[in-house]
Design a protein around this ligand. Structure first.
Ligand code: ADP
Ligand code: MG
Length: 701
């Protein structure tokens, strides 16, 4: 017999086809099971009754027991409202409705005792309660003695069809009361005992309708535990599998090139963090297991040097290495800086991008095939099928958030067995998120900037302060410093934003006229060669100002640029602003970032700007970003960018729990990698089910 839990939601009493469509569309609730797993976002305490005399303005929702008197319509035509007095032995209170007056008037039974629930507020020095929840005492008493009342997120569309929180509560009640089979357990007995977790059935029931706070907290702990645990179990398992099933080339020696570089070419002392991550990577490369490692380090932390040294290890072991980056500008820049650092060493480095001329490609292709080319640097062009290596041993992907999984997979096919992969990102993500999204990768972190860096000073300026900002720019230019001026361009095809940039160029040319000032321009619609020419012009010091779009976002390294002005900063997300700010502060001089916004800002924008002016720490900013965007809030902003939709746990708040369950998952899989022991049978079953449900979408983009 098919399980009741799989039933289509439309068959639940009180739903029907129309509401079912909405529940599916708005809340992704398709089955009975989905509804059970749609948890309230909070509960209100309805175990206590307040006396009217105890009520004060500003209290949260409270519950009273009072007799309701005859309602009256008051006010003129335009401000008509319904009021009703209610009273208990300690005093009286006005109830008020601005909408639905007729219906309420008809349904109130004057003289009866009601359980009234709402928020007391003060109006003209008198307390009242607007749009309270009311229930006749005689009906209320028939209910089970539930202390805490659940509140569910709904959407505007749902509310239009009378699916308010209250209605969802009713549906949950209908469902839970009609269950004729137990809710299947997903965690084995031994785990529940060891970690003191209540059973699934009890947890689900109490999550919706807990008797008291203690009950609720045990239910929510059990469910959060389970949610995070299975994500980690899946992640750790696929990591184990990769390590044991995919062989890796063995780079056993650290040889000639690495040592030669280290002794004679290293442009500066490595930071402690750089040394540590090189060691971590070296250990992987020598292990015989396939490396799939994420290297995260804040902007300017020196990842390129780490990448280069790892590539030298590959070369020392007779392998080739590839460095793939998302933009032409970045490819050019890496090519120049790497060939610059290793000039004099006997190595062949080539650059391959979309704009590499046809006639130049052939020798590169041949060199790659014969093994003559040691290092290939490039963009997506690297993925083309004609690009064949003799022996590709290591692939490094820079600024990986621009590359998708399928592209990584294509790289794997470039050799008979997958090359080691090092993914570098300058967008630090909170640890919990890293464990959740990249949980199957190993992670190395550069948590230290090269010495002597002065933190970038970040200031907020509004449009009305523009003239002062221009003056500041002139002062900096007089000191021979250079300036980035960045306009938002969210997608390079968005005409409106492109226009912004054009206007910007014009106004810059007016405010900074030739011949006193030189302004260079770069944007995404230019041909790669032109872009490159502009960048070079700026980099050479010939231009004072580079008016750019976000094409300069990643990696661009021009140490003499000390000011970055971000126009319409309120339009940027935190991590992007931080990324852009990383374009300055790369030299020894004090650098500045000025966030220009319109005069009036929304709450969220203001908070983002505030975080930026307060902190230079990418990890701190990433944490703030996660908190501001608040994972999993339905009525508010959709959780943009978060690839995993958590039902109950919160990656911001449940960090410790996440680490805890990760360790448990690790431990279990150490002992039982395939989850074949009888005691882990349930885990295997649930993991398979979740994988099938695509709960774990491995989205790396
Ligand atoms: P990112 O991690 O953002 O890619 P880069 O690799 O571009 O950073 O390095 C930023 C700047 O720091 C470069 O100019 C680089 O030459 C310099 N740099 C890297 N490592 C060190 C170091 N150990 N000491 C001093 N400067 C360094
Ligand atoms: Mg970089």
């Amino acid at each position: 017999m098919a399980s009741q839990f799989k039933n289509d939601i439309k068959f639940l009493k009180g739903v029907g086809p129309k509401r079912a469509e909405l529940l599916k569309k708005e809340l992704d609730i398709h089955s009975f099971e989905d509804l059970l797993n749609y948890f309230p976002y909070r509960h209100t305490d309805r175990s206590k009754f307040y006396k009217i005399s105890e009520l004060k303005d500003g209290m949260p929702m409270v519950q009273i027991l009072a007799k309701v008197h005859v309602p009256q319509t008051v006010g003129g035509k335009r401000f008509s409202r319904l009021t009703a007095m209610c009273s208990d032995e300690t005093g009286s209170l006005e109830l008020v409705w601005f909408k639905g007056a007729k219906w309420i008037k008809d349904s109130i039974k004057p003289g009866k005792q009601y359980v009234i629930f709402g928020k007391p507020a003060s109006y003209k020095n008198k307390l009242n309660m607007a749009h309270p929840d009311m229930e006749l005492l005689e009906n209320w008493q028939q209910k089970p003695a539930t202390g805490l009342m659940p509140h569910y997120n709904t959407t505007e569309a749902l509310k239009k069809h009378k699916l308010h929180s209250k209605a969802i509560q009713k549906l949950q009640e209908n469902l839970i009361n009609s269950l004729n089979e137990p809710i299947p357990e997903t965690l084995p007995e031994w785990m529940r005992q060891k970690y003191r977790l209540i059973g699934k059935e009890e947890a689900i029931r109490n999550m919706h309708f807990p008797r008291d706070a203690d009950n609720l907290s045990r239910a929510s702990y059990r469910l959060k535990f389970e949610e995070l645990f299975f994500i980690q179990l899946g992640m750790v398992k696929s990591r184990h599998q990769r390590k044991h099933n995919i062989p890796g080339y063995v780079f056993s020696k650290v040889g000639k090139h690495f040592n030669e570089f280290y002794n004679n070419y290293l442009p500066f002392e490595l930071t402690g963090a750089q040394k540590r991550v090189i060691k971590e990577i070296r250990r992987d490369l020598g292990s015989g297991q396939h490396m799939n490692r994420l290297l995260q380090g804040d902007v300017g932390s020196g990842k390129t040097l780490v990448a280069l040294m790892c590539m030298l290890i590959a070369i020392d072991n007779e392998y080739q290495a590839a460095l793939m980056v998302p933009t032409e500008i970045l490819a050019q820049q890496h090519f120049q800086s790497i060939t610059g650092i290793i000039t004099g060493m006997n190595l062949r480095v080539e650059l391959l991008t979309g704009s590499t001329k046809q006639k130049d490609r052939k020798p590169i292709h041949e060199g790659l095939q014969s093994g003559d080319v040691d290092i290939l640097i490039g963009t997506h062009a690297l993925l083309e099928d004609v690009v064949e290596f003799q022996k590709l041993g290591l692939t490094i992907i820079d600024e990986q958030h621009r590359f998708g999984v399928s592209q990584r997979a294509r790289l794997w096919k470039k050799s008979d067995q997958p090359p080691h992969v090092l993914v570098m990102t300058a967008t630090p993500i909170p640890r919990t998120l890293a464990m959740t999204i990249y949980g199957d990768l190993d992670v190395s972190t550069i948590d230290e900037l090269p010495p002597g860096r002065k933190p970038v000073m970040t200031k907020h300026a509004t449009d009305s302060q523009r003239l002062r900002v221009f003056q500041f720019m002139r002062d900096e230019i007089a000191k021979k410093r250079q300036i980035f001026m960045v306009y938002p361009l969210i997608s390079e095809s968005e005409h409106m934003d492109y226009k912004d940039h054009e206007d910007g160029v014009e106004s810059m040319l007016r405010a900074f006229p030739r011949p006193d000032y030189q302004v260079a321009v770069v944007h995404g619609k230019m041909k790669p060669v032109e872009k490159e020419k502009s960048m070079q012009y700026f980099k050479s010091g010939a231009a004072d100002i580079l008016v750019a779009t976000t094409v300069i976002e990643v990696g661009v390294d021009i140490p003499n640029a000390t000011v970055l002005i971000l126009e319409s900063a309120e339009r940027f997300g935190l991590s992007q602003m931080h990324q852009l700010r990383g374009r300055v502060g790369r030299g020894a001089e004090q650098s500045y970032c000025i966030l220009m916004t319109k005069n009036k800002l929304g709450d969220n924008s203001r908070q983002r700007i505030e975080v930026m002016t307060r902190s230079n720490d990418g990890f701190e900013i990433a944490e703030a970003d996660m908190k501001l965007r608040g994972p999993g809030d339905i009525e508010g902003t959709q959780q943009s960018g978060l690839p995993i939709n958590l039902k109950i746990a919160n990656l911001g708040r449940d960090q410790q729990l996440l680490q805890f369950v990760r360790n448990i998952a690790d431990h279990i899989l150490q002992k039982d990698p395939e989850l074949n022991l009888p005691e882990n049978h349930l885990l295997k079953k649930e993991l398979n089910k979740q994988n099938k449900n695509k709960l774990l979408w491995r989205l790396i983009s």
